[in-house]
Ligand binder design. Structure first.
Ligand code: GCO
Ligand code: MN
Ligand code: MN
Length: 403
């Protein structure tokens, strides 16, 4: 172990203004930098990366913390003795390198027992086992300091439509989350849940497939205040949706408890690409939103290095995610400080003030009758040019670094 920990860093965090620091609150899943490049068509291409090495290297690169599934840290068949030893060593490494575990989660998708789902499986034995595994994993996460607990229903879906009643599936999911919220309260844990939607993969279709579905579901729970969302760039993009807008809607109702950052090229399988490596404009707006609208949670990367990479490439990947985020942060500041852009934005959002007094605020019969009786110059309203071409071009010039 000592040898491993003493291996020199293969990438340097750099000392420029984009170098990540702990204050940036960047986190990575153990499964992300630990990804060994296996896919449905090919085997592992990288050796196992010891979690203790991950703690050290990520800390040196400027990350703030790590997240894990129960079995990323403690193997599925570990004895209680092995569990305790692993946890002790991991805690020590976190301590030594000043790293935290803000989020933890359960692996409810890898073992064959979950092939038909976990909380929504048709077999009651599987559903009960999923609850047991999750309670134990919650205990583990809390022991390591987690304050957010993510639920990604990897196998909570369907292949043969006839096999399951989709309304029953939603009810089962609700029962499970309600039960686990009570468990958390019962233990006195300081823990919130963040539900992570994904439209498909590995199942043909997943229940509660998008941020919108999840937000609606949360409002039906017994403890809605304890539960928010963990949206992922790639997942909303797979559904052909604009991630930025989904995140904004979650933020607007104070439900953005966590976020999985990565990138994706079009609506394909979940590509988990380095953050900001493909959809540059959408990533810019996303970072701008998170930085300007009061998101205080971790900036978590749920991505992995290309399958072509060795360990050095993994650290290039990790550093790249963080640097690119910081570059967008800098671009957002430039956008906010750009006098021409800000003047244009005020002009655009100004519009015709004649009827402003009738908008906003609460309904009143008086307002309704004034609106109904108003005389609108519809042709004048319709003839307005909005200057969005100009605004968008200025945005592009900011992003491309010429302003
Ligand atoms: C995926 C998911 C997962 C989850 C993780 C945490 O598509 O595989 O994004 O990586 O985020 O299981 O719950
Ligand atoms: Mn994810
Ligand atoms: Mn994913």
């Amino acid at each position: 172990m000592t040898d491993l920990l003493n291996k020199p860093l293969t990438s340097e965090a750099g000392s420029d203004q984009f170098a990540p620091t702990k204050a940036d609150k960047f986190t990575f899943g153990l499964w992300t930098v630990g990804n060994r490049g296996r896919d449905p068509f090919g085997d592992f291409v990288r050796p196992v990366l010891n979690p203790l090495v991950q703690v050290k290297k990520l800390s040196e690169l400027g990350a703030w913390g790590l997240n894990f599934h129960d079995n990323d840290l403690v193997p599925f068949n570990a004895t209680p003795f092995e569990r305790d030893r692993i946890v002790k060593d991991f805690k020590q490494a976190l301590n030594d390198y000043g790293m935290v575990v803000p989020m933890a989660t359960t692996n409810l998708f890898f073992h064959p027992v979950f092939k038909d789902g976990a909380f929504t499986a048709v077999d009651p034995g599987v559903r009960a086992y999923a609850l047991q595994k999750t309670m134990r994993a919650i205990d583990l996460g809390v022991e390591l300091g987690a304050e957010t607990y993510v639920f990604w229903g990897g196998r909570e879906g369907v292949d043969a439509e006839a096999s399951k009643d989709p309304m029953e599936a939603v009810k089962r999911m609700r029962e499970a989350i309600n039960f686990l919220c009570e468990y958390v309260k019962d233990q006195g844990y300081n823990l919130r849940f963040a539900l992570e939607p994904k439209p498909n993969e590995p199942r043909t279709d997943t229940y509660l497939p998008t941020v919108g579905h999840m937000l609606a579901f949360i409002s039906t729970l017994d403890n809605p205040d304890m539960v928010g969302v963990n949206p992922e760039v790639a997942h909303e993009s797979m559904a052909g949706l604009n991630f930025y807008q989904g995140v904004a809607q979650a933020l607007e109702v104070n439900k953005l408890f966590h976020i999985d950052l990565n990138d994706q090229k079009g609506p394909r399988y979940d590509q988990d690409l380095r953050f900001g490596s493909e959809s540059i404009k959408n990533s810019f707006f996303l970072v701008k939103l998170l930085e300007e609208k009061g998101y205080t949670g971790p900036r978590a990367f749920d991505a992995h290095a290309y399958r072509t990479e060795d360990e050095a490439g993994v650290w290039d990947f990790a550093l790249g995610c963080m640097r690119t985020y910081n570059m967008f942060k800098e671009k957002a500041k430039r956008f906010a400080a750009d006098a021409e852009i800000q003047a244009l934005l005020s002009e655009i959002n100004g519009g015709d003030q004649t009827y402003g007094g009738l908008l906003g605020g609460k309904y009143s019969p008086e307002k309704a009758s004034r609106l109904k009786g108003s005389d609108f110059d519809v042709d004048k309203l319709a003839s307005r040019g909005y200057k969005y071409e100009k605004l968008d071009q200025l945005t592009i010039e900011i992003i491309l670094g010429v302003r």
